[in-house]
Design a protein around this ligand. Structure first.
Ligand code: ATP
Length: 367
């Protein structure tokens, strides 16, 4: 696994072959990944995939059963959380209700002098400005909205000037509109400070919108690490293809390979899906070659790549549902007993014909 050798930025956090078990449960299975300095890095995946365990290991609240964790290049196994120079914000890490906002933020300085020789009061004022709550020192937590409270919690975590910020689902208790606003604010704060941040969420849309890079986790493993656009466009596994965004995933037998004209980019596979043949571009990244004939191919087509006027890969299907989403309408189709998704400007019903161009498909895996 070469996940920790990509990119040239210095490595801020590195997990090397980390396994964590609880009795018979494998919370993490041989996870290796690295977070670059100054990066906004997100761990995303369904409930129970091991995101929180990964964050707790980085924070030092847990130790690995096997493997090594390095922060700033130093092995931190056995280093207690308070010696790790890390700020942490949890989902329900409530503020102290009997303390004012200012006292809550100041509490973050209990083990540390304020950075840059500031007084505590100056530091608290500076942090409240940073999280866009200037002058709120005297307020009580209960007089703040949920989003404001989480920003105070972020200010408290940032107070000692840590090297690393860890955020575990800090927005999951908030409503959708507030979550969108807060994630922009969190991203702005992170960019302003340039602080390396590891963020945990189960919300793939949030991960796509906020991250420099993201790791998609499933069942204790990392399935893919990459920039959001890349993960969205080129999912590395079937799980990622289905978890990140809407997708149509097909499995079929490779019945032909067209090498194209001297140009590897033009290579196309003919894949038979229950008697219907589809042409799939392999985009040259994964030269397949004729030896693949007879193997199973998994490929995916995003709803937005399914269009009524495609020249190739056309099929007839029946509309089974429409969801009006404002800007677009999500259409559910049934084709050969499968459910497919597409997006259109106008609602549709009845029998429809759709298709996709060969390069609108992405080859996920061959097996
Ligand atoms: P969620 O989004 O639901 O918080 P997660 O992706 O953060 O999920 P983890 O909390 O890391 O997942 O848990 C991963 C697995 O490890 C789960 O099967 C969980 O039940 C198990 N696990 C985590 N902590 C413990 C523990 N202290 N004791 C026993 N099992 C645990």
């Amino acid at each position: 696994n070469g996940a920790h050798t990509d990119g040239d930025d210095p490595t801020a956090v590195e997990l090397d072959g980390v396994t964590r078990t609880y009795g018979d449960t494998h919370a993490l299975r041989d996870v290796s990944l690295s977070v670059h300095e100054g990066e906004f890095f997100t761990l995303v995946g369904p409930s129970g995939c091991g995101k929180t365990t990964t964050l707790r290991l980085i924070a030092g609240f847990e130790s690995p059963t096997e493997g090594t964790i390095r922060i700033g290049g130093t092995d931190v196994t056995g280093v207690p959380p308070e010696s790790r120079d890390i700020g942490v914000v949890f989902q329900n890490y409530a503020l102290f209700p009997h303390m004012t906002v200012g006292e809550n933020v100041g509490y973050g300085l209990r083990f540390a002098d304020p950075p840059d020789g500031n007084s505590s009061d100056d530091r608290v004022a500076e942090l409240l400005e940073l999280v866009d709550l200037p002058g709120m020192q005297g307020r009580t937590p209960e007089s703040l909205s949920g989003g404001q409270q989480q920003r105070v919690a972020i200010a408290r975590a940032l107070a000692p000037g840590p090297e690393l910020l860890l955020l575990d689902e800090p927005m999951s208790a908030l409503d959708a509109r507030l979550r969108e606003r807060l994630r922009l604010q969190v991203k702005r704060i992170q960019t302003e400070l340039g602080i390396t941040t590891v963020y945990v969420t189960h919300d793939q849309e949030e991960a796509l919108s906020i991250s420099d890079r993201m790791a998609v986790m499933n069942d204790g493993r990392v399935e893919q690490v990459g920039e959001p656009r890349k993960v969205y466009r080129r999912p590395a596994t079937r799980f990622v293809a289905e978890f990140v965004g809407d997708n149509n995933v097909f499995t079929g037998e490779i019945v032909g390979v067209d090498p194209g004209d001297e140009n590897a980019d033009a290579e196309q596979l003919i894949v038979d899906v229950d008697g219907t043949q589809f042409s799939i571009a392999t985009d040259g990244r994964q030269a397949v070659g004729s030896a693949a004939t007879g193997s199973q191919a998994v490929f995916c087509v995003r709803p937005e790549a399914m269009v009524p006027d495609a020249a190739e890969n056309r099929f007839d299907a029946r509309v089974t549902g429409t969801e009006f989403l404002g800007e677009t309408t999500r259409i559910h189709l049934e084709w050969q007993g499968r459910e497919l998704l597409l997006r259109t400007a106008e609602p549709l019903d009845g029998e429809v014909t759709f298709g996709f161009e060969p390069d609108g498909a992405h080859l996920v895996e061959i097996r």
